[in-house]
Design a protein. Sequence first.
Length: 263
Amino acid sequence: MNLQPPAPPAVRWSTVLLFAGLVLLVLASFYTLPLKWREFFAPEAMRTSIEFLRGFSPPEMGAGFLGKLGLATFETLAMSAIGTLLAAFFSLLLSLPASGRCGVTARLATRSALNVLRSIPELVWASILLIAAGLGPFAGTLALALHTVGVLGRLFADALENCPPLAEASLRINGVHPVAAFLYATLPQSSPQMMSYTLYRWENNIRAAAILGVVGAGGLGQMLKYHLSLFQMQQAASVIIAMLLMVAAVDAASFGLRRAMTR
């Protein structure tokens, strides 16, 4: 009985050239960037950094300030939740033509639109929408929704394309309407993966919503920018702690929901 392992696959020259090109790119990046490691680890830099961090303690814990902090936290959560919910709805609609169910032309046009939506960062969308919607969380919510539509629309379309077509094809052969066959066969198979994508993007939108306030979109980010601009470090420390706790809580909740759906 031959127990010899099979011969390793042959290495293609294209793979070697690609790996060598990546190594050269990394080396060139380190060579061209002005990385001042010596100044970064100098005693003077360490001393000034420690003095700066000392200004953040102790965090502000006054009742009035914590009330404002709670409202800003709720505003950030609401921005991320509504933006993700709107994005999931429109992404599901756009994923149908993007998956090729409406023809090649509609597929290319829809995927091109999704590429444009997700290639523009949330901060840029917020800066544009602030002109039309004004300062506040409405512009931030729309910015999150537009960028997330570009991301989720592509993921939803890929999930529909990768779904096994046998169940839907069997229903259609037996005379079931195409829409009913999609709703009863393809969509239930793809929905757990779509929900997992949606929850993951909600986690990302929590962080993005906290940053969008820097450009005036409300929430914790706007509060953080205000206190940092006035050098009120103790109040800024409380805002940062609220951000960390909020992100950790949402990450834990999203992880639990994803595990429950995939069991």
